[in-house]
Design a protein around this ligand. Sequence first.
Ligand code: ASP
Length: 300
Amino acid sequence: MVQQIFPRLIVHGGAGPWIEDNHNQALDGVRAAARAGWAVLQAGGSALDAVEAATIVLEDDPLFDAGVGSFLNDQGEVEMDALITDGDQLDFGAIAAVKHVRNPIMLARRVMTNSAHRFFVAEGADLLAIEYGLERVANLSFVTDTEWRAFAARVAKDGPPEPGRGTVGAVALDAAGHIASATSTGGSPNKKKGRVGDVPIYGAGGYSDDRHGGASSTGVGENIMRHLLSKRVVDLIGAGSLADAAAQAGVDAVASRIPSPEVGVIALDASGHYGAAHTTGHMPIGWIDSSGAVHAGMTA
Ligand code: ASP
């Protein structure tokens, strides 16, 4: 008898010190993203289409540090990174330091499916977006009023604490048993021009393998890269852990070597269990339960 697979989807809006004022808006954002991804899965769509759809919603939401709402770098520019992973083919597409493509995750997807390569950066990546007919916008159009004010305060070094907006990500399992992940970010606030974090690094910002599960990471990219956090979590699932234990063990492993690493991860295993863990104050997550209902919370 063929076992029927009930699709699953989990999204995150970034691990960080989220201020209370933003909690409701963050929860609305992750719910909207989970719904968008779920609509794809319910219609029989693929995990890749679902994670892309969910991530686009979060990139377009100015609350999150991805697409519109991205943090500015130290030169007052937005430079964005994104990664999509395909657990069926063990494949990925990545872009880094793009400045003009409206939805970076759409470009990462096309790098994987349409190009002979897997990772494009900066101007070359933005040029590729034109070739693929993706929407191109002015760099300024990613910058919200909130971020201009935060940038001015950072430059003057007299601002209130950062509100903790975050990177976005999604992991999905489709009815065919395929698992995909997507992760997208504007990076860290005030990063140096040209700095790239974990997000576009396969195995760090995201990873998926149909045999085991998938993961998408968030938080201080330098610490995530050092531990290839997403790959580590999927490997732990492969070694027999359920997604929640694997996510916690992955984050604990980073914390055992780096004090206060400020990292988080969402995970999904091939049998449909969810996991989420973080060392930060909060990490908004949204997910779909086995009846198809949408849930959201500010913490794991
Ligand atoms: N991981 C992202 C980066 O370091 C930032 C974040 O997740 O908040 O670029």
